[in-house]
Write a protein that binds this ligand. Structure first.
Ligand code: TPP
Ligand code: SF4
Ligand code: MG
Length: 315
């Protein structure tokens, strides 16, 4: 469908009485064509559904950094796009799959992990990723997270943690820090938050990392690692939501938040994830905390079934 702007431009070109506008129209046309050329030339363009752009995210939001890191990782790995599947729940972060030009699923709130589990079990050839928000994965979807990690299902779960429910207006969630203001804690939050890398490690994840939206090179490397690992991998990305959480807690602009990440982040690779608790200190502890090997769900299941078959049981 042609846009209003397209119809306006056609009218201006065709009607002599608005000729003075032609010069402006020529300039806009030139700018549009140049932008189009630049977009067509971009090496990451093939991963995006360009017809869905402009995206819905606010200016300064950190979610775009995560999207670009994910597709850069695919490009660096020379991944087979036909085998990639990305699943999300609902939220601002949950909109990521809508912009990816591959098999993607925008499921119901909190249910991305069970959906992804089903796909991985039905077709183990797929590389399955869940990319969703802190509220989606750890509030309504919290139980699914625990059990997928415990079962060690092979998938990457990437959580964009902006410390609140961004999409619905900045309500408190399970990662909102103590004392923080949210739409549902106007006097300050009195519920202690999860330390999600610690939760992931304790539940059985074989790979656990945390970065911020300014640590993109490290994030890309982590995504590459997580996508090639056997078992359940988890990456948390601390991200600004300047519109809700940032504004309510007087965090300043997105640039101020980036500066804060730069000043407060301390990389502690392989430290005990218990020490990565964001509410315990003035530091943002980031890094790769866990990278271990252990049998995944499918392997254990196969072994058990093989044993049962040997004993004459038909499975
Ligand atoms: C069953 C159900 N309950 C509540 C909602 C409303 N809802 C939509 S998104 C959302 C929270 C999203 O927060 P988060 O996952 O942190 O994503 P963000 O928007 O911050 O990226 C909620 C509560 C819903 N869509 N479905
Ligand atoms: S509300 Fe927050 S999380 Fe959602 S798009 Fe805006 S800045 Fe990003
Ligand atoms: Mg959130």
């Amino acid at each position: 469908m042609k846009s209003d702007m397209h119809h306006f431009m056609r009218d201006v070109r065709e009607k002599p009485d608005i000729a003075p506008l032609r010069d402006i129209v020529e300039k806009i046309t030139y700018a549009e064509e140049t932008t189009q050329e630049l977009l067509e030339d971009h090496p990451l363009d093939k991963y995006l559904r360009r017809d869905r752009i402009p995206h819905i995210w606010c200016s300064g939001c950190g979610i775009g950094n995560v999207l670009i890191s994910y597709v850069t990782a695919l490009e660096e790995m020379k991944a087979d796009i036909k085998k990639q599947v990305v699943v999300s729940g609902i939220g601002c972060t949950g909109r990521i799959p809508g912009y990816l030009n591959m098999d993607t699923f925008h499921t119901t709130h909190g249910r991305a992990i069970p959906f992804a589990t089903g796909m991985k079990l039905a077709n183990p050839e797929l590389t399955v990723s869940v990319i969703s928000g802190d509220g989606d994965l750890f509030a309504i979807g919290g139980n699914h997270f625990l059990h997928a990690a415990r079962r060690n299902i092979t998938m990457m779960v990437l959580c964009v943690n902006n410390f609140n429910y961004g999409m619905t207006g900045g309500q408190l969630g399970p990662t909102t820090l103590l004392d923080d203001i949210s739409a549902t804690s106007p006097f300050g939050n009195y519920e202690p938050p999860f330390n999600i890398p610690y939760l992931a490690a304790a539940s059985g994840a074989v790979y656990v990392a945390r970065w911020t939206t300014i640590h993109l090179r490290r994030l890309i490397k982590s995504i590459t690692r997580a996508l090639t690992k056997k078992g359940f991998s988890f990456i948390e990305v601390l991200a600004p939501c300047p519109t809700n959480y940032g504004k309510m807690n007087k965090k300043g602009t997105a640039l101020d938040i980036a500066r804060y990440y730069q000043q407060k982040s301390v990389i502690r690779d392989f430290c005990d994830p218990m020490l990565a608790d964001l509410s315990r200190s003035d530091e943002l502890v980031i890094g790769e905390f866990v990278d271990i090997e252990k049998p995944c769900f499918q392997e254990i299941q196969e072994r058990i079934y093989k044993e049962a078959t040997k004993n004459g049981i038909h499975v």
